[in-house]
Design a protein around this ligand. Sequence first.
Ligand code: SAM
Length: 286
Amino acid sequence: MSGSSAVSDMTNGKLASPSRYLLPSDKPESERLNLQNRVLKKAFGNVVFAPFTFSSDDAVLDVGAGTACWTLDCHDAFRTAHYYGIDITSDLFPILDVDLKSRIHLTEGNILRLQGEWADRSYTLVNQRLLIAALSAENWKTAINNIYKVLAPGGWVQFVETNHCRSGDVTDRHHVILRHTFEKRGLLFECAEKIPALLHDAGFVEINSMIYEINLGSWAGQDGIEARDTFIGVYKAMKYPVVDVMGIMSSPDFDSLIEQMQKEWDSTPGSKIVFHVLYARKSASP
Ligand SMILES: C[S@@+](CC[C@H](N)C(=O)[O-])C[C@H]1O[C@@H](n2cnc3c(N)ncnc32)[C@H](O)[C@@H]1O
């Protein structure tokens, strides 16, 4: 399969609707995702949040793996486990050497469709980070139920999501447009707030959620500049759907809003992006 725009959105084998995914799967997005991963790793200080001890038998699944940056970091930290990454497109997957390929298996796969070898395995940890721009409310239910099905009893799932930045008036204006874009596309903008209830409904226990705030803008030094660049980058990457597909704004208005927001972050100490980290467990007993 090549390119997420051609991918269909399936619900366990049934064609539901065309893919809603808002972001590209190209070289600039690959570089942006790797920078974003460095920013998140530094801010979180951790790749695994669940109170989980790795063993050599563990199988770990990364859903929407992208450039597999999280998988590779997790593998660096816990080398004995076996890693599986799925994504609707393989366009962003890295080339792995023979040694890594023996422990890290990246394949095309859709979390909305339990199909393929990845779906026949049982995992002790599932990671799903930043699928907000891909899933509707119904899709989130399907994804969480499917994760429950592929988790071993006692296994853990973790999610990382964000949907808002705090700065000034321009950022607030952008937030309104972003919410409108997501809603028009049928995406669940408030997924971070809804995940705990969805986890509960799917049967998960020990549901935890934490908030991390990351400084944005040059006032926060090099870390703030890197965070600014990756998150301004994600909003810029939404230009094609926002301007050309959905016609929400004109091209000059879009460019001007993003440019003003970047200036606002640089000149407003306290500008932040808010992240939600959530994790939960599948009960050990049926
Ligand atoms: C914003 S990227 C995040 C990538 C990675 N999780 C990270 O944090 O760096 C979202 C990824 O999810 C993938 N994706 C979108 N819908 C998906 C689905 N239904 N099943 C699996 N992957 C999906 C996209 O192709 C993209 O690579």
